[in-house]
Write a protein that binds this ligand. Structure first.
Ligand SMILES: Nc1ncnc2c1ncn2[C@@H]1O[C@H](COP(=O)(O)O)[C@@H](OP(=O)(O)O)[C@H]1O
Ligand SMILES: [Mg+2]
Ligand SMILES: [Mg+2]
Ligand SMILES: [Mg+2]
Length: 387
């Protein structure tokens, strides 16, 4: 395994900095004139990137504060039985607030995982008050305002700005305020995942991963290592990684160029309910992958892969599950701009333009261009047996 790790390191090529990627965590209050807007719609998305990084970072700080002392009463069970915490809601409210402040409210559209329905009920009031406190404190701690500015009604509105249906026309922000809520509750990996869709294409993605080791994840990852990574990508601009607390400057990252399956390892969900791990074991076996999988929660996997920690990503939900765009949009561009390939099991690119859902054939795969054909052939062979 150590030899595999050494191989990963070799794939981390030259570090380079660009002015576009020297991010500031400050969120600017900007009202764009029509003229500024058309200049802004150039392909660089520099301003949007700066605002998105600031928003994701602000939300990640709230999540970190909550994860340290989460109480049982601060978690709800949604209609589909999945968990949602004060941090999921707080993160969504903060990102919504920060995006609107930085980008402007005209034509603002956001497709986000959470909504405020349960918080509007009588028994949601305690939780709403706690979220309102958390959000205001995060804004004050960041020095963005000097006193609380959001009422509980403002918080409800900010959360519910995420109800957009997305689609192929115009711009839509895509937010998973905490991806990997189960990992978050366990004290493991999670990510604040934010992407921008422009005319149906993902053009920007940010993944804030507060618990991801800076030095990389592997089967031997130990506790006590420095953690907290932020990945960001714009279409055509590459993928950058920096530390969440700014202790080192952004550097460009690349997927592994390992071209032999025997030297590759794959990553997948920690939760076996989220992906068919017996199927992925079979695919790995057919392919000739020898290392056991690295199992971690959330799109932190996409970030880890983008910097070469793992060579392959596989996700095969159980029959009947429909993927959502916020679970993959940011991760997908982070991998593609690091030189990787993301496909469904039929070899098609993921289409984020169809609304809130992401319809994929069987599952989602990612690897480098050298291994994608072998991976797809192995998937096809395994699916014939384990459909
Ligand atoms: N039965 C299921 N099958 C596949 N994915 C599921 C699932 N139930 C929940 N998920 C999704 O899996 C995401 C976590 O991904 P991972 O398995 O990579 O950690 C969850 O995101 P949230 O935690 O944002 O709800 C959720 O959207
Ligand atoms: Mg969820
Ligand atoms: Mg998610
Ligand atoms: Mg979530």
């Amino acid at each position: 395994m150590e030899c595999v790790r050494a191989n990963f390191r070799l794939t981390r090529l030259a570090v380079h900095l660009t002015s576009a990627t020297r991010f500031s965590s400050v969120i600017t209050r900007t009202n764009f004139s029509g003229c500024a807007r058309s200049a802004m719609s150039s392909s660089s998305y520099e301003h949007e990137l700066r605002v998105a990084v600031g928003a994701a970072r602000l939300a990640a700080r709230l999540c970190q504060a909550v994860q340290k002392k989460l109480l049982a009463k601060e978690t709800q069970s949604k209609a589909d039985k999945s968990p949602v915490t004060v941090a999921d809601y707080g993160s969504q409210a903060l990102v919504s607030w920060a995006l609107e402040r930085g980008i402007g409210s005209e034509n603002f559209s956001m497709v986000a995982e959470e909504d405020a329905d349960d918080l509007r009920k009588d028994d949601g009031l305690d939780m709403l008050l706690r979220i309102t406190d958390l959000v205001n404190n995060a804004i004050i701690d960041e020095g963005l305002e000097s006193s609380p500015i959001l009422t509980k009604e403002n918080v409800l509105e900010a959360i519910d700005r995420g109800r957009s249906q997305g689609g192929p026309v115009g711009r839509h922000w895509v937010l998973d305020p905490i991806d990997g809520t189960k990992g978050f509750l366990r004290g493991d990996q999670y990510a604040v995942a934010l992407a921008l869709l422009d005319e149906g294409e993902v053009v920007l993605g940010v993944l804030a991963c507060p618990n991801l080791p800076l030095a990389g994840v592997s089967l031997q990852t130990s506790s006590g290592e420095p953690v907290g990574c932020l990945f960001s990508a714009t279409r055509g601009g590459g993928t950058m990684m920096q530390s969440l607390n700014d202790s080192f400057a952004p550097k460009q990252v690349y997927v592994s160029d390992v071209d032999h399956p025997a030297l590759a390892c794959f990553c997948e969900s920690f939760e076996s309910a989220h992906s068919r791990q017996t199927l992925t074991d079979q695919i790995a076996k057919i392919m000739g992958v020898q290392a056991p999988p690295i199992r971690i929660d959330s799109q932190a996997k996409y970030g880890a892969m983008a910097r070469g920690d793992a060579v392959i990503y596989m996700r095969f939900p159980h029959v009947g599950y429909r993927e959502k765009i916020w679970d993959h949009a940011a991760g997908c561009i982070v991998i593609e701009e690091a030189g990787g390939v993301v496909r469904d099991a039929a070899g098609k690119r993921l289409d984020f333009s169809k609304g809130r859902y992401l319809d994929v054939e069987h599952g989602i795969l990612a690897t480098n261009p050298k291994l994608i054909d072998t991976l797809l052939t192995s998937v096809e062979a395994a699916l014939k047996v384990y459909k």
